[in-house]
Design a protein around this ligand. Structure first.
Ligand SMILES: [Zn+2]
Length: 465
């Protein structure tokens, strides 16, 4: 067939990357079942309270029993799958403070799935839920606090993912994290993030799942096809730079890096293109590709208005970090003593959790994390050529070294759009000129793709030369 000249040119210029479906991602998603999540949420709620300062000696009540059960469950699943999870406690003693009335041992359950590619193993993705709970009074360690939605839902999601992925091949390393002390000031997550930063660990993305239990809002409307993903990498940088100016200017390594990043952002208009924004876009692309009837709603804010969660200690140390939360919260069923007032029941009980919904949110997480842990690293040194003024866009980048690299995908969007709107395959070339697409009007990114169709996080083309 004789092609029109323009079409022939387009095909010649755009070698296609095969749109493969990764069988590993499919296996992981098929293994995530609502009935397992339900069993785990019910078991966690049945410990009575999992308050961070609750008792630890009992085998049936309190936070000690809960964490020993989480660890045993993960070890049992790993053994059944002949997996390679390494499960451990990470513990420290938190001195008395604002929300801690006596020195208290804070214990995280950490399940690490080491990557199989020696060159990619140092790249880490973390997913967390918090297994501690609270009643109306944040210091009340005795009253029942079932915490089914907040946050047995997130803990069960993390356990389901760890179990589903335990024996599956990944290039990068995954860490499945059940943390304590969230309600007392993000203490467990802070400990993990602080240690990771001090050790120079390369965490490329962190997701916290907190209150992912119900599609039913306090307005009575069910929104089963959506979940919110809070993602903003800009404000933590600004906050850290301002704090550094108030304290001892120049002392804080992250603040120095953030100051440089902010300068580049100011020059290039990259305020919605921080690593955290790119991580969130990658999650949305992958989650919606594998679960097309379920939408990840990006919210360009670090968390709900003036509120916080376990991703913040990661953000504040310069890691890309985001938060999944159900579409509309019902505040009668979180941070509340179990009671009835008039016609209204209060308390965070399993009967208000929709386990099918939690399974869907878990699959959104799992699709993104499995795919990213198998994908190439994000392309490095992505440079916009600005040597001569032009209305075209010329990009180049350093070649990836992964053996299963299929090629690169250049993506772009209008400056006011939250998500990539268009893309072009460039094969294994490491430079491309996009004729008539002006860098003045669009944001550009470069994605590396493997032979199974797994996409890396996009690298923002923000560095001018
Ligand atoms: Zn919570």
């Amino acid at each position: 067939m004789k092609l029109p000249r323009l079409a022939a040119l387009l095909i010649a210029a755009a070698p296609m990357i095969a749109l493969a479906d990764d069988a590993v991602v499919r296996t992981v998603l098929d293994r995530i079942r609502a009935q397992d999540i339900e069993a785990h949420v019910r078991t966690l709620a049945a410990f009575g309270t999992r308050h961070t300062m609750s008792e630890t000696a009992s085998d049936t009540r309190g936070i000690g029993a809960a964490r020993r059960w989480i660890k045993r469950e993960l070890e049992a699943c790993n053994a059944a799958r002949k997996g390679r999870l390494k499960v451990r406690f990470q513990s420290h003693v938190e001195p008395a403070g604002r929300r801690i009335d006596k020195a208290t041992e804070i214990v995280n359950v950490v399940a690490t799935l080491p990557g199989l590619d020696p060159a990619a193993r140092a790249r880490i993705f973390v997913v967390s839920g918090h297994y501690d709970s609270r009643a109306s009074d944040v210091m009340d360690a005795r009253s029942d606090a079932p915490g089914a939605n907040d946050d047995a839902s997130g803990t069960a999601a993390v356990m389901a993912m760890a179990c589903a992925m335990a024996d599956q091949p990944t290039d990068a390393t995954l860490v499945f994290l059940a943390v304590a002390g969230e309600e007392q000031g993000l203490l467990g997550a802070d400990r993990f993030a602080r240690d990771a930063a001090a050790a120079g660990e390369r965490i490329e993305g962190m997701i916290t799942n907190d209150i992912i239990g119900s599609p039913l809002g306090d307005d009575g409307v069910r929104r089963e096809q959506t979940v919110r993903l809070f993602a903003d990498g800009l404000t933590p940088m600004i906050k850290r730079v301002l704090a550094d100016q108030r304290n001892q200017p120049g002392e804080d390594k992250f603040a120095l890096a953030a100051r440089e990043a902010l300068t580049r952002i100011a020059l290039t208009g990259g305020e919605h293109d921080t690593p955290t924004h790119q991580f969130a876009r990658a999650i949305k692309r992958s989650a919606e590709r594998w679960q097309p009837d379920f939408t990840v709603q990006l919210v360009a804010r670090r968390d709900r208005f003036l509120r916080g969660g376990d991703h913040l200690p990661f953000l504040e140390r310069g890691f890309a970090a985001v938060r999944f939360t159900e579409p509309v919260e019902d505040f009668r069923h979180q941070h509340q003593d179990l009671r009835t007032e008039g016609d209204h029941a209060f308390g965070d009980l399993p009967e208000y959790v929709d386990f099918e919904y939690v399974a869907r949110v878990t699959r959104a997480n799992a699709a993104a994390l499995t795919s990213l842990a198998r994908a190439p690293a994000a392309p490095q040194q992505v440079v916009m050529d600005t040597a001569a003024l032009s209305n075209d866009t010329a990009l180049s980048w350093a070649a990836n070294t992964e053996a299963d690299l299929a090629g690169y995908r250049v993506v772009w969007r209008e400056t006011t759009s939250a998500v990539w709107q268009a893309q072009r395959e460039v094969g294994r070339d490491t430079r491309v000129t996009l004729k008539g697409l002006s860098k003045d009007n669009y944001q550009f990114g470069v994605i590396a793709v493997d032979r199974d169709g797994n996409e890396s996080i996009a690298s923002f083309a923000g560095v001018a030369r």
